[in-house]
Ligand binder design. Structure first.
Ligand code: HEM
Length: 325
């Protein structure tokens, strides 16, 4: 399969009505039904109508609200925030089903049998009627699923701008040429399928570009803001390790907006407060406070002592040699 790498050629293909999305067969159920009923895999009037359904759904979601939700629970799957904001069921079972479908959404990429079961679950959960409107709801969550989660992961390591620029979460897309076309030195025959690189255009381009761009960016920005707050204060969600630089403060736990399930490490001078069950390790000079049941380790053999306070019920405290104050 030819790859269209050059940005100018890629833009030309994505804007050229002579290049269409490779068609998918009609189907009555399962992930094949989903593909045959969403805008993503259709063309012409069906695409226009179905894309409008997706846009109408997205227009009910304020990106600022998504950003805030992602910021207060940055380690929840972004699809959970999107489903909740759309007024859809956002239970773990639904998010799992979306992930299973996402893994097989592109034809030939995943476990179709598992995806068929998951599509049935999602149709039932979203009202039971297998029509274009239900497909649009499922399609929106499925489209958002892996791309947004991947974007957030990479942005945590490299920053949002660099992640989008250097490692686009959707690296390429496919188009079918309906007529012979010359692109620079490349000739594409009628009936040929090409891979179009999305390097430099991470949300695509032309009439099929991503309608969820603003919402995806809001989810990513929210998740990143929570982890690396510019003020130096950090709020962590369940499961994630958190590291704050010297002087930063971290507050987690029940009673606050978030709960920490992972471990927290604060450098000298930082203070850490966790809720039930959180474990805390404070470096020299740091102050660690763990609530009910949380173990606390302070100091750890450093010259300058840390101080440790454990919760009233079953917290244990271990202080490094001579460090506890
Ligand atoms: C809230 C999150 C997201 C939603 C709701 C969403 C939704 C959609 C939908 C419905 C389409 C199909 C549009 C059509 O066929 O007319 C689409 C296409 C696309 N999305 Fe997204 N998306 C999300 C996140 C992302 C992210 C994070 C990326 C990558 C950075 C991305 C990249 C793309 C691309 C490249 C296409 C076009 C594919 C093509 O032209 O073949 N999307 N998206």
């Amino acid at each position: 399969m030819q790859m269209i790498d050059d940005l100018g050629d890629a833009l030309a293909v994505l804007h050229d009505p002579g290049f269409v999305v490779p068609p998918v067969p009609a189907a009555t159920h399962g992930v094949a039904w989903l593909r045959a009923t969403v805008g993503r895999f259709s063309d012409g009037e069906s695409h226009t109508r179905r894309r409008a359904l997706s846009e109408a759904l997205l227009s009910t979601v304020d990106p600022k609200a998504l950003r805030a939700a992602a910021s207060s629970s940055p380690h929840a799957h972004p699809v959970q925030h999107l489903a909740a904001a759309l007024g859809l069921d956002s239970s773990a079972g639904t998010i799992d089903a979306v992930r299973v479908v996402a893994a097989a959404y592109q034809p030939g990429t995943g476990d179709e049998t598992a995806a068929d079961v998951a599509v049935r679950t999602l149709v039932d959960t979203f009202g039971g009627t297998p029509d274009e409107s239900t497909a649009a709801r499922i399609g929106l969550l499925v489209q958002a699923c892996d791309a947004t989660a991947t974007l957030i992961d990479r942005a945590r390591a490299a920053g949002l701008e660099a992640a989008l620029r250097d490692t686009p979460p959707v690296p390429a897309t496919k188009r079918l040429a309906t007529r012979p076309t010359a692109l620079g030195n490349t000739r594409v025959e009628a009936g040929e399928v090409v891979r179009v690189s999305l390097h430099g255009i991470p949300f695509g381009a032309g009439p099929r570009s991503c309608p969820g761009r603003t919402h995806a960016l809001a989810l990513a920005e929210g998740a990143l803001t929570a982890t690396f707050d510019p003020d130096g204060s950090v709020v962590a969600d369940a499961g994630g390790p958190v590291v704050a630089a010297a002087g930063g403060s971290m507050v987690t736990g029940d009673g606050g907006p978030v709960v920490v399930g992972g471990s927290v490490v604060a450098a000298a001078g930082g203070s850490v407060v966790t809720g039930v069950g959180g474990s805390v390790v404070a470096d020299a000079g740091g102050l660690a406070v763990a609530d009910v049941g949380g173990p606390v380790v302070a100091g750890g053999g450093r010259a300058v002592g840390g101080s440790a306070v454990a919760g009233p019920i079953s917290g244990s405290v271990a202080a490094g040699s001579g460090d506890a104050q």
